[in-house]
Design a protein around this ligand. Structure first.
Ligand code: CU
Length: 125
């Protein structure tokens, strides 16, 4: 194999690897929208948290940790996906949230088996 062929082959392999990584990143479940939304201030305490992802998620392997301003984690209901949309993860709240700031740390496994996580915060007025 001449040096020139080797260089071109290496470039082609590097390009394909790059494309594969890009496609994989796009297939992961990213949080697109939340209700209550990130950095929002809601007047009425929400009855549930709704998280909309870019991909379908597996509710059995997905969930959140909800913490109050003092950093105490609160008990939440069992995560489920919306009946007509497995991209939407719903977490019922067992008790109404009192006034204050809350942090949501989420983790999901998308239908392709990839794990993603993140966090956001909202305030109940
Ligand atoms: Cu993925």
């Amino acid at each position: 194999m001449s040096m020139n062929t080797f260089t071109r082959l290496s470039a082609a392999v590097a390009l394909m690897a790059g494309l594969a990584i890009t496609q994989q990143a796009q297939a992961h479940a990213h949080l697109e929208q939340a209700q209550p939304a990130d950095q929002s201030v809601v007047q009425a305490p929400p009855r549930q948290l709704s998280l909309s992802f870019s991909e379908g998620v597996e509710p059995a392997f997905s969930g959140i940790v909800l913490t109050d301003a003092a950093g105490k984690s609160l008990t939440t209901g069992k995560p489920a996906v919306a009946a007509a949309d497995n991209k939407q993860l719903l977490i019922p709240l067992s008790a109404p949230l009192t006034t204050g700031k809350y942090r949501v740390e989420w983790h999901v496994v998308s239908v392709d088996g990839h794990k993603t996580k993140g966090q956001y915060a909202f305030t109940v007025k």
